[in-house]
Design a protein. Structure first.
Length: 149
């Protein structure tokens, strides 16, 4: 199985890019992992409903879309690790992160799980790094390796 992060836009600041590279390398020690950056223009050309169909074709039907959304379910770190552990053995996990104004409402992600990283509003670049850190931390917890305390 595979873990994918699909993000709207590029990281702008070098320190965010460096953090992303670092966590991506760490995560790849546990699972095949990739980050896909979308341009907003590519979304505007899609018809409603086509968006998830494209991802299913690319990564297979055995994929769970997970949308980062302020109204989504909040997890503790241990709950998030359990969520990953319960799903990663049987499904590709595809996390979708919106841009500065969230994920466009016209894009359809049927049956997507929705999660929230915080009750606070986070800059989309910070949310991206926070998600990567929590994914890495989750794999360390799952493996019983030191990092989380």
């Amino acid at each position: 199985m595979k873990l994918i992060v699909v993000a709207m836009g590029k990281l702008k600041r070098s320190y965010f890019k460096e953090a992303e590279r670092d966590y991506a390398e760490r995560i790849r020690k546990f699972i095949p992992f990739e980050i896909i950056e979308l341009k907003k223009e590519s979304l505007n050309s899609r018809r409603k409903g086509d968006f998830w169909e494209k991802w299913k074709r690319q990564f297979g039907k055995e994929s769970l879309p997970i949308l980062l959304d302020e109204s989504g379910k909040q997890f503790s770190t241990l709950e998030f690790a359990r969520f990953i552990e319960e799903n990663i053995g049987k499904l590709n996990l595809i996390f979708f992160i919106g841009g500065p104004f969230g994920f466009p409402s016209e894009i359809s992600l049927p049956s997507a799980a929705k999660i929230s990283l915080s009750k606070m509003t986070l800059n989309h670049q910070i949310a991206r790094i926070l998600l990567l850190e929590q994914i890495y931390r989750s794999f360390k917890i799952i493996r019983g390796e030191p990092y989380h305390h």
